[in-house]
Design a protein around this ligand. Sequence first.
Ligand SMILES: Nc1ncnc2c1ncn2[C@@H]1O[C@H](COP(=O)(O)OP(=O)(O)OP(=O)(O)O)[C@@H](O)[C@H]1O
Length: 646
Amino acid sequence: MTAGIEEFVARGTRPGRRWRTALRRPLALLPLGYLALLVAGSALAPVLAPYSPVATDLDQVLAGPGRAHWLGTDALGRDVLTRLMYGGQVSLLHAGIVVATVVGVGVTGGIVAGYLDGWFDRAFTWVVDVLLAIPVLMTLLVVLTVVGEHQTVVMVALGVLVSPGLARVVRGATLAVRKELYVSAARVCGLPHHRIVTAHVLPRIAGPIIVQVSLLAGGALLIDAGLSYLGFGAQPPDPTWGDMIAQAASVIDRQPWLLVPPGVVLGLAILAFGLLGDVVRDATAEHPEPLRDRLHRAHRAPAPALTPRKETSAALLSLRDVAVTLPGAHGDQVVVEDLDLDIGRGETVALVGESGCGKSITGRAILDLLPAGGAVTAGSLLFDGADLALAGARAMRRLRGSRIALISQDPVGALDPVFTVAHQVGELVRLRHGGSRAEVRERTLGLLDDVNLPEPELVGRRYPHELSGGMAQRVAIAMALAGEPSLLIADEPTTALDVTVQAEVLGLLRRLQAERGMAILLITHDWSVVAGFCRRAYVMYAGHIVESGVVGDLLARPRHPYTEGLLGAMPSRARRGGRLAAIPGTVPEPAHWPRGCHFAPRCALATAECAEAPIPVFEPATGHRTRCLHHIKLLPGGERDDRATA
Ligand SMILES: Nc1ncnc2c1ncn2[C@@H]1O[C@H](COP(=O)(O)OP(=O)(O)OP(=O)(O)O)[C@@H](O)[C@H]1O
């Protein structure tokens, strides 16, 4: 891609620039200019208006437009232009109050509810539903009867009454953006909530909000005029546009012209707000969706040689008897149970198993990023000696991204599509290390260079949709490294990449781990990745760790039928010309876990006692554990040194 095209793409995708360009179009300039004229005319009325708004001239009653009175006079001989200017003060102020209330109540509430989810969202949705059931006009009339003379209160009440509709739209939009991987990634990186909302959520939902608010502003002007028309607005002799229309209507048979100035001014103001909304909607609609299905570049590179790993025995992360519960269709459901897992400093450990076994949920439990309603309901999660389960949300936020980082299987989705690579990496560098612009830039480029991105400056200027899958994963790794974590959780980091790029990314992770002494928990279902990358592995099945040990031992002497079945399904282990062995059946949903061994219904070795009670953990060899009653049968002439550890 040439620099010119890149510049064009960048110009086309950055929301701020797109909006500025959109707002410079004639279609936008016209309503903007008109509204600016109205605001300036009203604000400067005391200086610019030719007469006093209440000055009467009974010799000039119902005069048409002329030199003395450009827009004529009303039934009391008051200057129409002057009253239009002063009337604008009231009408525009009232519309402003309604809009401010809607933004304060509806927009802010909708964003907070959609972003926080959980009990606040449920309570907010309930309140919104109740408010939506209240008839706006009738309630407004009641408010007018009670506090009619306090127009500000009336307008605030109107704002509150019309807020629920917008709150729902905003909540829905925020909820959708919140589920985007790049928002989760921002949370994993430890960005504070207010920064995530302002930098990553708001830009994505600002379009619909502005469209709705501009339409509401026009609607508020109309309602305000309607109330004045009905005599509920500001009291005479103060002018309002609605009151001027009402007075013109009463003398329409004597001077029809009198209806034209306030009618046209009001009508054009409503039209201007509507047009502005259209322009913003068009600008938003032109925003291209990120191209997530970009082709990955395949480079024919030899598999990187294994480099020695720095490993020590001291446990950095130690999980004991951990249980995780998630909300299910029939109430809370245990999805991870009785889980023990250790990772030493600088160690690379795999968590391996089929889809749906609970690997990702385990990773998310460590990061305190469980789905809404999920919780660690038993056990301890010690990280560097401190229990994460007791750490509290604030401490976890500080820990995420700095001491523990995450990379996921969808690197493009983990990047915010509206910011450049350098902006996103730089944001984390600034958060973690502070420093001047130049220092942040230097560190950012250093990180991009560290992850082997060619021409870091050029890549830094790109947007996520301009990256290949491999490049995006390198950027995600650079972001994870920004806080110099001591533990990196890599959740299927190479699943979405083609084989050659997979090898490059694994090689990169291996180099970074060796250089930085960082521990890695690799979540995967791919034994070839485990074999080439990890020292130890935990095999997970239906919420249980069923076997763990040094990878070489697991590959050579699996002690659980599930591990044996998984290894048998590896293409590299299949006999030439033979069929791939597959484990019959599928992983059961947590609601259908058997009482005893979870694997029993799919296991060829299962006996009646497997189904009777939970299976204890055995340690047939030092450091090699299995949750199988029949593990001896897996070794011809099996060893008889079993010790139950649980
Ligand atoms: N947001 C959620 N709400 C309720 N249940 C969930 C949620 N996410 C996952 N689960 C359930 O938790 C269990 C474990 O899922 P998890 O995603 O951890 O599996 P996994 O082994 O990582 O699989 P995959 O490799 O497909 O991600 C599954 O039964 C799944 O249905």
